[in-house]
Design a protein around this ligand. Structure first.
Ligand code: OXD
Ligand code: MN
Length: 656
C-alpha cells in the first residue's frame, strides 16, 4: 500500500485514505493539471504500448488509443442509481439497495489497484469560481482517464486551491478492475472483460460515484454523465436549478442581436454538429458554448442562465466530416486523444501517424490499422471506405458488417481548440459578469423518420415540458444495446441520465415555472426533427446541418414576435413562407426541396394519433412500474404529473 499524501482539505484526505486502504495501489499521484504532466502521462502510455503517438507535424499533441472489444460504450444495463428507496430511483433506472451495493462493490475494489498507480484528480465542472460550478475528486487507476479528464474538465491545483480546507466536492472512485501481479506485464486496455463485472453506480443521497471495470467514456470519465447529469440532476432538483443533456450555442443575427439556445437530443443525434454549425443563411453567426451538457439556474429576473460544465468535447468520430462539422475536425487538429479510430498507413503497411474514420469526407488511406488493431485496406471499388482484406469491395465488407473505426469511436478535444468557441459564454461570463448566459430557447429533438414535423413551438411552458417528456429517438451506437435503430422514448434525452425518479423529474420541470420570479422570461420551447425520411424512397426530406440555421432563424423571429405561426393541435408550426429559403444552394440532397418542406411543416394527423397513444403508453409504463416495484408504497408512488396527462388528453382531443 502507498502512503496517503497530505491534503489541506480533511474530506479529500479521508476519501483518498479510505480508498488507498481498500484498493492498495503501489503509488499515489495527485494530479496538478499542468501541460507537462499531461504530456508526460501520454508519453508514459506510449512507452507501455497503451497510446500510439500520432505524427506530431500533422497532429501535434495527439494520441490514439484502442479499447478492449468489451469496452466500447456506456453500459446502461450496468448503471445503477442506489437511492435508499427504490421509488426514488424510479421506473427508468436500475436500482440496488445502497448498502448492499457498497458491500458488493467493496469486494471488487479490494486490492484492485495492486501493481498500479492511484491518481487523485481534483476537477471542476464549470469555470473555477463561477457560482454555478461544482467540484469533484476522482480517484482512478487509469492514466487514460487522467488525460481525458484533463481535457474534459478543469483539473489540478487551481481546483484544490479553490476547495481550500473545507470546500465541498463530489467524491468519485474509479478502477479499471484489473490488478497486476508482481512482474505481470500490463495490457493495452485494462478492464474487467465480463459485462457483469462492470458497475457504474451513483449514490444520490451520499452524493458519491463508484465506477468499476470499464475505462471507456461516460463509464469512467466520472465528471460527465455520472456527475454532471445523474448526481447533478438530483442536486438541481433539491436546489431549484436544472442539469440537462443539452448543447449551448450563441446565435448572432445580421442586426447583431445575440440569442442563446440550448438543445437536448439523445446521444449521437447531432448535438455536436448543431453546436458548431456553419449557418447557411448569410449574415448569421453561430458560436459554441457546449456540445453535451448544460446547467441552468434561474436568475432574479426569471431568465434561465446556463453554463457548460465541461471543458472539452467527447465527440463521436464517424460521420464527423468537412461537410457535417468542419469546426469539430478543426477542434481535433491538436492536443486530442482519439479512441478506436483507424491509424493511417502507407502502401507497405507502415503507420503514417494520422487517423481516419468512416464518413470523414476524405479519401481513405491506402492502408491502415483498424480499431481492433488489424490491418485494413482502401476498398477496391471506393476511395472512401476501408475493408478488412486486400482487394475486397466496400459492398462485401458491408455485408460482413465491417467498419474500420468503431461506430462509437471518439475524439476527446479541448474546447479551446474550437474555432467558433464563444469564449465569454464558455467561461460563464455574460455582460462581464460570471452568471452564465441567459437562454432564449430550449430545443428538444431526436431521430424521427416519420410524423414529427421539422419544428414545433410549444404553446406554453407545460406544453414544452410535455414535448420534452414525449421525446424519442432511434437507438444509436453510443450505448451497447440490441435495439439499435428502434425508436425508444427518451424523455428530455435524459433516459440514461436521470439521477432520480422520472416522474419527479417531470414535476421539477413544471415547478421551474411555478416557482419562477417571472415565468414570462422563461425560454420558449421547441421540438425539432432534422431526420424525416421520404415514405417511398427513404431519402432525407430536410438537408440538416447548415440549413438548420433556417429553423433557428424562424425561432428568433418568433421570439421577436416578427412572424405568426400556424396554431395546430400539436403546437405552433411555421408557415412555409416564414422559413427563409435564401442561399438555398448545395449538392443534391443538401438543398431544401420546397415540396418536402411543405410536407414536414404539416400535421400528419393519423401519425400523431399513434404518437400520442405511444406517449400515453410510455407514461402508463412509468406509472405501472412505480406501483409494481413498490406495492407497499403504492399510495405514495410518484406518478407522471397530472398536468402532463391533461396535456396529452388535450392534444388527443384536438386531433379528433
Ligand atoms: C455522450 C453520450 O457520450 O451521450 O455524450 O453517450
Ligand atoms: Mn451525451
Amino acid at each position: 500500500m502507498a502512503k496517503t499524501p497530505k491534503f489541506a482539505n480533511a474530506k479529500v484526505f479521508a476519501w483518498v485514505d479510505k480508498w488507498n486502504k481498500v484498493c492498495t495501489p503501489d503509488k499515489i499521484v495527485v494530479v496538478k493539471g499542468t501541460k507537462k504532466e499531461h504530456t508526460d502521462i501520454c508519453e508514459m502510455m506510449v512507452k507501455k504500448g497503451q497510446f500510439i503517438k500520432l505524427d506530431q507535424k500533422k497532429r501535434p499533441g495527439c494520441y490514439l488509443a484502442r479499447s478492449h472489444e468489451s469496452d466500447v460504450a456506456r453500459v446502461e444495463g450496468r448503471t445503477f442509481i442506489c437511492s435508499k428507496k427504490e421509488i426514488d430511483a424510479g421506473p427508468t433506472n436500475h436500482w440496488k439497495d445502497p448498502e448492499a451495493m457498497k458491500k458488493e462493490m467493496l469486494k471488487k475494489y479490494k486490492g484492485c489497484m495492486k501493481g498500479r498507480t492511484m491518481y487523485v484528480i481534483p476537477f471542476a465542472m464549470g469555470p473555477v469560481g463561477n457560482p454555478i460550478t461544482q467540484y469533484g475528486i476522482e480517484l482512478t487507476d487509469s492514466p487514460y482517464v487522467v488525460v481525458n479528464m484533463d481535457i474534459m474538465t478543469r483539473t489540478g491545483d487551481a481546483v484544490m486551491k479553490h476547495l481550500g480546507k473545507d470546500g465541498n466536492f463530489i467524491p468519485c472512485i474509479h478502477s479499471v478492475g484489473a490488478p497486476l501481479k508482481k512482474g505481470q506485464k500490463d495490457v493495452a486496455w485494462p478492464c474487467a472483460k465480463k459485462i457483469e463485472d462492470k458497475y457504474i453506480t451513483q449514490f444520490p443521497e451520499d452524493g458519491e460515484i463508484w465506477s468499476f471495470g470499464s475505462g471507456y467514456g461516460g463509464n469512467a470519465l466520472l465528471g460527465k454523465k455520472c456527475f454532471a447529469l445523474r448526481i447533478a440532476s438530483k442536486l438541481a432538483k433539491e436546489q431549484g436549478w436544472m442539469a440537462e443533456h443539452m448543447l449551448i450555442l450563441t446565435l448572432t443575427s445580421p442586426s447583431k442581436k445575440q440569442y442563446h439556445v440550448t438543445a437536448a437530443f439523445p446521444s449521437a443525434c447531432g448535438k455536436t454538429n448543431l453546436a458548431m454549425m456553419l449557418p447557411k443563411l448569410k449574415g448569421w453567426k453561430l458560436q459554441t458554448i457546449g456540445d453535451d451538457i448544460a446547467w441552468l439556474k434561474p436568475g432574479d429576473d426569471g431568465r434561465l442562465y446556463a453554463i457548460n460544465p465541461e471543458n472539452g468535447f467527447f465527440g463521436v468520430a464517424p460521420g464527423t466530416s468537412k461537410f457535417s462539422n468542419p469546426n469539430a475536425l478543426l477542434s481535433c487538429k491538436k492536443d486530442t486523444i482519439f479512441t478506436n479510430v483507424v491509424l493511417t498507413c502507407d502502401k507497405d503497411g507502415k503507420p503514417t501517424g494520422d487517423i481516419w474514420w468512416e464518413d470523414m469526407g476524405v479519401d481513405a488511406p491506402v492502408r491502415g490499422i483498424d480499431w481492433k488493431g488489424n490491418p485494413c485496406w482502401r476498398a477496391a471499388d471506393r476511395k472512401d471506405k476501408m475493408v478488412p482484406a486486400e482487394g475486397m469491395t466496400a459492398k462485401e465488407a458491408k455485408e460482413k458488417g465491417y467498419v474500420a473505426a468503431h461506430k462509437n469511436s471518439r475524439f476527446t478535444a479541448p474546447a479551446v481548440n474550437c474555432p467558433v468557441l464563444d469564449k465569454d459564454g464558455f467561461n460563464g461570463v455574460y455582460n462581464k459578469k460570471p452568471t452564465g448566459v441567459p437562454i432564449d430557447a430550449i430545443l428538444f429533438g431526436g431521430r424521427r423518420p416519420s410524423t414529427i414535423p421539422l419544428v414545433n413551438e410549444a404553446k406554453s411552458w407545460t406544453h414544452g415540458v410535455f414535448m420534452g417528456s414525449a421525446a424519442g429517438s432511434e437507438v444509436t451506437a453510443a450505448v451497447i444495446s440490441d435495439q439499435i435503430g428502434q425508436v425508444r422514448r427518451d424523455p428530455m434525452a435524459m433516459l440514461p441520465f436521470f439521477g432520480y425518479n422520472v416522474a419527479d423529474y417531470f414535476q421539477h420541470w413544471l415547478e421551474m415555472e411555478r416557482t419562477s420570479p417571472n415565468p414570462s422570461n422563461l425560454p420558449k420551447i421547441y421540438f425539432v426533427n432534422w431526420f424525416r425520411k421520404g415514405k417511398e424512397d427513404g431519402r432525407f426530406m430536410w438537408p440538416g446541418f447548415g440549413d438548420n440555421s433556417r429553423v433557428l432563424k424562424w425561432i428568433c423571429d418568433r421570439i421577436e414576435g416578427k412572424v405568426k405561426a400556424n396554431e395546430t393541435a400539436i403546437g405552433n408550426l411555421p408557415f412555409f413562407k416564414d422559413i427563409d429559403l435564401s442561399d438555398n444552394v448545395g449538392e443534391k440532397g443538401f438543398t431544401v426541396v420546397p415540396e418536402d418542406l411543405k410536407e414536414i411543416l404539416t400535421v400528419d394527423v393519423e401519425g400523431w394519433k399513434k404518437e400520442i397513444a405511444t406517449v400515453g403508453q410510455s407514461y402508463d409504463e412509468y406509472d405501472k412500474k412505480a406501483s409494481k416495484d413498490n406495492p407497499a408504497v403504492l399510495e405514495n408512488a410518484r406518478r407522471v404529473p397530472a398536468a402532463l396527462r391533461a396535456k396529452l388528453a388535450e392534444i388527443a382531443a384536438a386531433l379528433g
